[in-house]
Design a protein around this ligand. Structure first.
Ligand SMILES: [Zn+2]
Length: 282
């Protein structure tokens, strides 16, 4: 299979770092009764309180920039955390208001959630968001049209390929694909309210799985998009694991470390390349 994308500076593959700063909304969206459960909520609070500061230091040490998808409610509770993320040079983009699923909502309701959170974020950061990740990745038939109407550059929600691509039609909109395999929630979410269907995985096992996937992705020239949650990946043992993964990727020649907005802008530039050949997934 021929790789459908040319990466910048002759790179072989892309390593795209994204964080979903759900905080307490991860638990409130699962069960509204969790609003009164202080210990359950504190699991989410760990993300902005401890996870993010540790992650920002790790990113600085490695000279990496990432995308942080943030629900509007979380940004209202932790404006200083969101402004610090932006101040350190990272991208901030909407992720629902209260991490609510979009299923069964009208176009107007979906638009309100998207714009309300975008406004909250841009009021804090001074920058209009250009990317979007839906809670649980679950976009609707309306999402692409809404993102286009409000001049977003990309969505990062679907799992249909290994390479970013352009949605048919205009204005241009990029999809940066994800996969549960590279989502830390699958391995690390644990709770009794509601009960977690899985045990907690040890970091060594996850590192092994993520390294294997990276090796394969690098061979195929794809975009390796990690979906990480500060309340989960921000535990000490898992941050050590993330550092090992970054070191492993760095040991391969030709890896382009990037984030959502930068990757989307590359795709848009590639789409108007002199060859006139649009960059699309094969
Ligand atoms: Zn989320």
């Amino acid at each position: 299979m021929q790789q459908p994308i040319t990466w910048p500076s002759g790179s072989t593959s892309a390593f795209c770092l994204t964080f979903d700063l759900d905080a307490e909304t991860m638990w409130i969206a699962k069960d509204a009764a969790n609003l009164t459960r202080r210990s359950v909520l504190s699991q989410g609070a760990y993300g902005p309180k401890v996870g993010v500061p540790l992650i920002l230091d790790l990113l600085d040490v490695n000279s990496l920039k990432a995308t942080f998808f943030v629900p509007g409610w979380t940004a209202e509770q932790y404006p200083n955390v969101v402004s610090e993320i932006a101040r350190r040079g990272h991208e901030v983009a909407p992720h629902g208001y209260l991490h609510e699923p979009l299923e069964g909502r009208s176009r107007a309701e979906e638009e309100d959630l998207l714009l309300r959170t975008s406004r909250i974020l841009s009021d804090i950061t001074g920058v209009k968001p250009v990317g979007y990740r839906a809670p649980l990745f679950e976009i609707t038939d309306e999402t692409v049209g809404l993102l286009r109407e409000h001049r977003f550059l990309y969505s990062s929600n679907l799992m249909d390929t290994l390479w970013p691509y352009l949605y048919p039609g205009s204005p241009e909109l990029v999809e940066i694909p994800v996969n549960w395999l590279l989502d830390d929630g699958v391995y690390f979410v644990f709770g009794f309210r509601p009960p977690s269907p899985r045990p907690i995985f040890p970091p060594a096992l996850v590192l092994s799985s993520w390294k294997d996937e990276f090796r394969g992705m690098h061979t195929l020239g794809g975009a390796y998009t990690l979906v990480l949650h500060p309340q989960l990946i921000g535990r000490p043992s898992r941050l050590l694991m993330l550092q090992e993964l970054i070191d492993y990727a760095r040991s391969m020649p030709g890896v382009w470390f990037t984030h959502g907005a930068e990757l989307a802008r590359h795709m848009l530039r590639a789409a108007v390349a002199p060859s006139g050949t649009p960059a699309r997934a094969g």
